[in-house]
Design a protein around this ligand. Structure first.
Ligand SMILES: [Fe+2]
Ligand SMILES: [Fe+2]
Length: 242
């Protein structure tokens, strides 16, 4: 019975994603797939799993708030593209890549491009002030990983890159304290839009994550897995993002 439900649920999710994706201009999509997605090839934490997730969230929000889905798709696709230039200021580098891309002028007005650039510049989760426009709020919220397994996978790899000599306990303390600094004054992980679909995901994630023993068990599983399957070495020696 569960498998049947799971299959039906997954089919509904796929149909919904396909429906959103169909609204994106085909030529624009092709251009981005061929010219922007390759920039993520050598990224692990910010690879295409992350980008596709952000695109899905962003298109869902575009549907919910009646936004321009070509703008939503493009913002999500470019938002981390500047990581290869300068990690610390990647939001500005990604914004630059978008605004300097002449091909996008075929699809968007100057005003739309300016909104998209500002949205990308304001996407960082560590940002304490509200993004300058609503697309910025949406991309910032779409960028959150309210899925404990996905977050742990991405976060532990960033920690390994920064601190290659840390043991598991040190990585866990580093990751967990970093995340807890993200809690807002109400003790919640911030959402600018407070979109009910994302808020429900956030609440479930938060309940799991703030159970420190449970969270630690997920970090440990991921740590054991990447040490066994060779990913740990690839994070250090092959992948380029932090
Ligand atoms: Fe980012
Ligand atoms: Fe991102």
């Amino acid at each position: 019975m569960f498998f049947l439900y799971d299959r039906v649920f997954r089919k509904c999710m796929c149909t919904r994603k396909d429906k959103y994706m169909k609204r994106v201009n085909k030529a624009l999509k092709k251009y981005i797939e061929e010219n922007i997605f390759p920039k993520y090839d050598k990224f692990y934490s910010h690879g295409m799993i992350h980008i596709n997730n952000v695109i899905d969230n962003m298109l869902m929000l575009a549907d919910y708030y009646n936004l321009d889905c070509n703008m939503a798709y493009t913002i999500a696709s470019y938002h981390d593209s500047g990581l290869g230039v300068d990690r610390e200021n990647h939001e500005y580098e990604s914004g630059k890549i978008l605004i300097q891309d002449k091909e996008l002028k075929k699809y968007f007005s100057e005003e739309q491009l300016c909104i998209m650039k500002e949205a990308i510049e304001d996407h960082r989760g560590s940002r304490k002030t509200r993004p300058r426009n609503f697309y910025g709020e949406c991309i910032s919220d779409s960028d959150r990983d309210f899925d404990i397994k996905l977050l742990v996978k991405r976060q532990i790899s960033t920690s390994i890159k920064h601190y290659p000599n840390y043991n598991f306990e040190e990585h866990f303390d580093n990751c967990y304290s970093y995340m807890c600094k993200r809690l807002n004054d109400e003790g919640k992980f911030n959402l600018w839009t407070n979109n009910p679909i994302l808020a429900e995901r956030r609440d479930k994630f938060q309940e799991e994550y703030l159970n420190k023993d449970y969270a630690k068990s997920i970090y440990k599983k991921e740590w054991d897995k990447i040490n066994k399957d060779g990913t740990y070495d690839k994070i250090l020696n092959y992948y380029e993002d932090y």
